[in-house]
Design a protein around this ligand. Structure first.
Ligand SMILES: Nc1ncnc2c1ncn2[C@@H]1O[C@H](COP(=O)(O)OP(=O)(O)O)[C@@H](O)[C@H]1O
Ligand SMILES: [Mg+2]
Length: 254
């Protein structure tokens, strides 16, 4: 069953067509890659799917419901949660508090109620759950540290933990491997697999080809906002149009 279906999606910015007539369907339980050269429209696709921008045209069906144009909160509450290309931790908060904020996204207990202590048992349950999540992500021993004191790789892992805390059914990850050393990459790949094994479907935008090829069940390739190819990692890697798009991009960047 498709958990996400994007149909004929177009997003324009003035005269620029960032995403053009894109259709794709993500199956429940898969890790799907979304790749393509810089400017191909990957982040814009994420922004529309997760409600940051309305589409110019087209539909976004999440578990059969058209969510295109809904607010990010409404979409997240339905179980579609994304992370950002840049690390976006809450700067003054500890590791544990960051995860608690992620949970609030789902639980909808405003910070006001928390301040008033109106909901003590619920707060304690949330804290216990946040500690479990940090253990699951291998961050348990850092929970009282300021989020920003973590090394880069762990900050990225915490970003995923915050999104995970909102209890997504579909998690959109925008370049989670950026700037990681090989050991951090290996650990993040383990995390992504573990999250999927919890029954969460994953749509992954990533430049690190080793991570993409190693993790994804299927890969969708964009170029100039359009669907270029789709298939297993092996099929995509051998696809002449994909080779051309990447070699062309590399050649023009050189
Ligand atoms: N908010 C925006 N306003 C204007 N142009 C944008 C905006 N967001 C993205 N674009 C443009 O849309 C195109 C696709 O960008 P993006 O989706 O970020 O690509 P990718 O993530 O694949 O690198 C680029 O040409 C980019 O400059
Ligand atoms: Mg991008």
């Amino acid at each position: 069953m498709a958990i996400l279906e994007v149909r004929d999606l177009t997003r324009r910015f003035g005269g620029l067509v960032a995403v053009s007539n894109l259709s794709l369907s993500v199956e429940e339980g898969e890790i799907r890659g979304l790749i393509g050269p810089n400017g191909a429209g990957k982040t814009t696709t994420f922004n529309v799917i997760s409600g940051f921008y309305p589409p110019s045209e087209g539909r976004v069906l999440f578990r059969g419901e058209d969510v295109a144009g809904m607010s990010t909160n409404a979409i997240a509450a339905r179980g579609l949660v994304r992370t950002f290309q840049a690390t976006t931790l809450f700067q003054e908060l500890t590791v544990l508090e960051n995860v608690l904020v992620g949970r609030h996204l789902k639980a909808r207990t405003g910070p006001f109620r928390a301040l008033l202590g109106a909901d003590r048992p619920r707060e304690e349950a949330a804290r216990a759950r946040a500690i479990e999540i940090l253990d699951f992500f291998g961050l348990g021993d850092r929970r009282e540290d300021p989020g920003l004191s973590l090394p880069h790789g762990l900050q990225r892992a915490l970003g995923v933990a915050v999104a995970f805390a909102a209890e997504p059914k579909l998690l959109l990850l925008d370049e989670p491997f950026t700037g990681m050393n090989p050991e951090e990459t290996r650990r993040m790949m383990e995390i992504v697999r573990k999250v999927r094994d919890r029954g969460i479907t994953i749509l992954l935008v990533e430049h690190d080809m080793q991570a993409v090829m190693g993790l994804c069940d299927r890969i969708t390739v964009l170029n100039f906002g359009r669907l270029l190819a789709e298939g297993t990692p092996g099929e995509v890697r051998r696809h002449p149009d994909v080779i051309e798009a990447y070699l062309g991009a590399a050649a023009s960047a050189a």
